[in-house]
Ligand binder design. Structure first.
Ligand code: GLN
Length: 543
């Protein structure tokens, strides 16, 4: 029978509940347990697909094409398991499902209420993913006390009643601030937050206390006493520089032993955290730093590029370099300043993004990389802009564009496929999720993957217009990855350049600490070699 862990947060948001959940998942998995993570987002949006990245950060895409919360990215990376649309549920989805059932008459004329109907739907979704699992880890988004979160917490409370208290564990993540004027840690916010939970009927079993430095024993004792938890169940989550250390920090304090004991989980095998520890060690031991420029338009919010950043970090550990990632606001770049702004970078990435803003700046960055032999990796819109740049500046098709930005262009090098035309923009018409890509051989792409067929995740509407492929090839830009039926361009590269690759898909979603993505590792290797040879302004292009 599966066991259930619920993780809630209090005091303030952004304490790293997603990473804490992912870390617990990893620790349990490393004991040979089947762990299924689940994230509830109490907002009314059906999914984050239509939300502005500034509001929500990255939209993480699963193999089955669900647009999900970025915490699913953490779960996949830490637990090393592919998730699906069943692993991220929003209040919007829950309410629409209940309303649809009501319209179909499934409630037989009863009055539909938050309790028991909404909570019933929530519990049903948890049980749906629980089949065949040892542990279901449910993270409840938001903070205790939010109005929207109440039905989710209420469902979590009911779970212990239905499944048996011994099969359910409540973990609460709070903040224990250090107040410099008083010279001490303050436990009151944590006490209040736990009180709030207890009002709802949930007594937490374990507290994860976020603090800027280790808590003194008396603070821990006070928290234990006032919050009614065992002293050993007050776990510190001290700030660390590297998120991948958090599972190790928890393990050192015996968090996994505690969970296993409290839930009566049988240990199936020896705890094996060795590969993870090795990964963290490789990261900290890397000496050679290389500067990587990320040129996009959501640069004020690092969360908007979460998976890209993590993919670079994973690749850095694998290659043995320390990537220093710098964000470059695309709108501030132009052909007049690219050389001064970009010459310090060993490699440039243009990540995905929607809309025309910043396009000219991205184009200037790409021209610079193409002409100076700077390693370049374009992701999604990064491929589209690279194609436009090439068409305009190399093939001489002045005014070449994407029909997304210029519907009437004479040279629509990026366009909507006929099947996509005339459809609604929001929801439902994007190419979403994993698709196969056939890799051309020989090519740079094949050199990275060493495979003829790969599956990668997509999130876009526009595609390369194949009508121009013959022309591009004559000038040295080839489609090195295509859909197996030959209809869709999935990857492009430049023939006479040390490393210039772009993908219509998002490889970053599939990179894992213990399985770094080959495009990112190859890109970092190329960047390192480029930095060794001298900067762009120094030695210049290789071809
Ligand atoms: N605007 C592009 C499209 O919809 C790119 C989207 C993206 O980068 N994710 O095709």
């Amino acid at each position: 029978m599966p066991k259930y862990i619920f993780i809630s947060g209090g005091v303030v948001s952004s304490l790293g509940k997603g990473i804490a959940t992912a870390s617990i998942g990893l620790l349990l998995k490393s004991r040979g347990l089947q762990v299924m993570p689940l994230k509830f987002d109490p907002y009314i949006n059906v999914d984050p697909g239509t939300m502005n990245p500034f509001q929500h950060g990255e939209v993480f895409v699963t193999d089955d094409g669900a647009e999900t919360d970025l915490d699913l990215g953490h779960y996949e990376r830490f637990i090393n398991r592919n998730l699906s649309r069943d692993n991220n549920l929003t209040a919007g989805q829950i309410y629409s499902a209940v309303i649809e059932k009501e319209r179909r008459g499934e409630y037989l004329g009863r009055t539909i209420q938050v309790v028991p109907h909404i909570t019933g739907e929530i519990k049903e979704r948890i049980r749906k993913v629980a089949r065949g699992q040892d542990v279901v880890l449910t993270e409840i988004g938001g903070t205790v006390g939010d109005i929207e979160g109440l039905p989710f917490l209420e469902a979590a409370r009911q779970f212990a009643l239905e499944e048996g208290r011994e099969n359910v564990l409540y973990i609460h993540l709070t903040l224990v601030p250090f107040v410099p004027s008083a010279g001490e840690f303050k436990t009151k916010p944590t006490q209040h937050s736990v009180n709030k939970l207890r009002e709802i009927g949930i007594q937490p079993d374990i507290l994860l206390c976020r603090a800027e430095k280790p808590l003194p024993p008396d603070a821990k004792e006070k928290i234990a006493l006032f919050c009614n938890v065992q002293p050993e169940a007050v776990i510190e989550a001290v700030d660390v520089k590297n998120i991948y250390e958090i599972p190790l920090v928890f393990q050192r304090q015996g968090l996994d032993d505690l969970i296993v004991r409290k839930l009566g989980l049988r240990r199936r095998s020896r705890v094996d955290m060795k590969p993870w520890r090795e990964f963290v060690r490789r990261q900290s031991q890397a000496q050679k730093t290389i500067a990587i420029g990320l040129c996009g338009k959501y640069v004020q919010l690092r969360d908007a590029y979460k998976s890209v950043i993590e993919a670079i970090v994973h690749a850095g550990a694998a290659v043995g370099v320390r990537p220093e990632i710098e964000f470059i606001e695309a709108e501030e770049l132009s052909s007049a300043n690219v050389r001064t702004r970009l010459s310090r970078f060993a490699g440039i990435i243009v990540p995905g993004g929607f809309g025309v803003r910043g396009m000219e700046g991205k184009m200037a960055a790409i021209t610079f990389c193409r002409e100076q032999g700077v390693p370049f990796l374009g992701l999604c819109v990064g491929l589209q802009v690279a194609v436009i740049e090439f068409a305009r500046n190399v093939c001489g098709l002045k005014g070449a564009n994407s029909t997304e930005f210029a519907p009437k262009t004479r040279y629509p090098v990026i366009h909507l496929m006929p099947a996509q035309r005339g459809k609604r923009i929001k929801g439902g018409t994007m190419r979403l999720g994993a698709y196969p890509c056939a890799i051309r051989k020989p090519s740079l792409a094949f050199g990275c993957y060493r495979r003829r067929l790969v599956w990668e995740r997509h999130r876009h509407r526009y595609e390369v217009n194949n009508r121009f492929l013959g022309l591009f090839a004559r000038y040295g830009l080839i489609a090195s990855g295509m859909s197996p039926d030959g209809r869709l361009v999935e990857m492009i590269e430049l023939r006479h350049h040390p490393f210039f690759i772009a993908t219509q898909f998002h490889p970053e979603f599939k990179s894992r600490p213990l399985a770094p993505h080959p495009l990112f590792t190859s890109f970092l290797k190329a960047s390192y070699e480029f930095a060794q040879r001298g900067t762009a302004t120094g030695t210049g292009a290789a071809a």
